[in-house]
Design a protein around this ligand. Structure first.
Ligand code: IMP
Length: 430
């Protein structure tokens, strides 16, 4: 059995946890390959809602090994909090089930302080990061000054590396940004405790994945964020600092492309974005509030990690075509179709108008994107509540047409549709 990859096709928050949970059933290993606790994955099982930021969603399935791969960045405080919360609900998060690649990079309080400092210094140009220290941690990795998780197995080396890391960051924080220094003694104390608790979870990630594949098992790579937040293929500089696209799964887990079978792109039936940056189909006012919800339901469009209201807009097919191309998607999973129920008509962006010309593809640079105006086609809506639909034939004709339209417009077949947050609220398309 191969490696299957789950990818966000938009700006994150597409509902990847939902499909991961479904496919994890058949997987031996579920692995995160990029990002850190900037992600927020929600899995709903019966009345229970699990909100996970770092631990792969597969943890809910007994018997599945969960790996935080080398391409991820890890705040040990968040990881331990999440482990404690899961353990309190009876989920096994012991070292046999939850593995941390020694080559993943550690996020420290100094990285978080630097994230805050950079954002403040950017002023009106701020990226709107999640303030989880993601960018500064990947920056240190690229500068070859990062702290790898393997240090958790060597408390003496960890203390030395942390002391010089915090000292360097404090120079920048105090001297460059006029901010308070990070308390080095407190960080050393905290991390000594993290090392004691996490040392036994360290693993050779690529070897673990390779062994599972060699035994014929399926490995599921769980993407975080989305294609348009990718450092190379997203709306740079309004992106995260990692590679959430399919290529990132290769380097972020230590495998080559020949082991890949399915590349599953998850697309919300409309579009959302958190943070700054361009968004061609963005809505405001009542139309935006209708898609966003009021925040009283767990699935309303408010950030799982930051609680920020998400920006919302109509579905954008040039974005999905871009995601199909850069990820070589084998299929699409369309989520939250139920949210569109009750709309009289549903506009879908099918192309852009650029300087009087029609363009079909998502432009590679922000200057061009800023001049693009969405060209909409308006599809008929449906009034029926579809949350109980379980087969394609349970969907009203207009909803089926919407799915077919997306599939044809994106250039990838829609394999599944979700019609609610519950595990069973899924339709396998024929
Ligand atoms: P960072 O990853 O915290 O550096 O944030 C960079 C950009 O990515 C900001 O616009 C964030 O709002 C966005 N971002 C990061 N993680 C997620 C996510 O999981 N879902 C949606 N947006 C995200």
């Amino acid at each position: 059995m191969p490696l299957n990859i789950i990818i966000g096709t938009q700006w994150g928050d597409e509902g990847k946890g939902h499909i991961t949970d479904r496919l994890a059933h058949d997987a031996a290993v579920v692995a995160r390959y990029s990002g850190g606790d900037n992600a927020g994955h929600t899995v709903t099982i019966g009345d229970e809602i699990f909100k996970l930021h770092l631990i792969p969603s597969g943890i809910i399935h007994p018997g599945v090994i969960c790996l935080i791969g080398n391409g991820a960045v890890v705040n040990p405080a968040v990881l331990l909090r999440e482990m404690d919360e899961l353990a309190a609900r009876g989920v096994d998060v012991g070292p046999e089930r939850l593995k941390l690649s020694g080559a993943a990079h550690l996020i420290t309080p100094a990285h978080i302080a630097m994230d805050r400092a950079h954002e403040r210094a950017r002023g009106r140009e701020a990226i709107g990061t999640t303030m989880r220290g993601i960018g500064p941690t990947y920056t240190d990795k690229a500068r070859r000054e990062g702290l790898r998780a393997e240090l958790l197995a060597d408390p003496v080396a960890l203390a030395g590396a942390l002391a010089s890391h915090v000292a360097t960051k404090n120079e920048a924080l105090v001297g460059g940004y006029g901010m308070e220094p990070v308390d080095v003694a407190a960080v050393l104390g905290e991390f000594t405790d993290y090392a004691r608790r996490l040392g036994s979870h360290l693993a050779d990630g690529p070897a673990l994945v390779d062994e599972a594949l060699a035994r014929g098992h399926m490995v599921l790579a769980e993407g975080a964020q989305g294609t348009l937040l990718d450092i190379d293929h997203g709306t740079y500089p309004f992106v995260t600092s990692s590679s959430p696209t399919a290529g990132g799964a290769m380097t972020g887990l230590g495998v080559g492309p020949r082991v890949v079978d399915r590349v599953i792109g998850v697309a919300k039936a409309f579009t959302t974005r958190v943070g700054s940056g361009p968004f061609p189909t963005e809505l405001d006012g009542a139309a935006a509030a209708r898609l966003r919800g009021m925040g009283d339901k767990p699935w309303d469009e408010f950030g799982t990690t930051t609680g920020r209201p998400r920006r919302v807009g109509w579905l954008d097919l040039p974005i999905l075509r871009h995601a199909r191309r850069v990820n070589s998607l084998s299929e699409l999973v369309l989520t939250k179709l139920d949210i569109l129920s009750g709309l009289a008509e549903i506009p879908v962006c099918v192309a852009y108008e650029l300087d009087g010309r029609r363009v079909e593809s998502f432009p590679p640079d922000l200057k061009t994107l800023a001049r693009c105006r969405p060209i909409y086609e308006t599809l008929p809506g449906w009034v029926e509540d579809i949350t109980d639909a379980r087969r394609p034939s349970d969907l009203p004709a207009a909803a089926r047409w919407y799915v077919e339209f997306v599939s044809a417009g994106a250039g990838a077949p829609v394999s599944h549709v979700s019609v609610g947050p519950g595990r069973a609220q899924f339709i396998e398309m024929e």
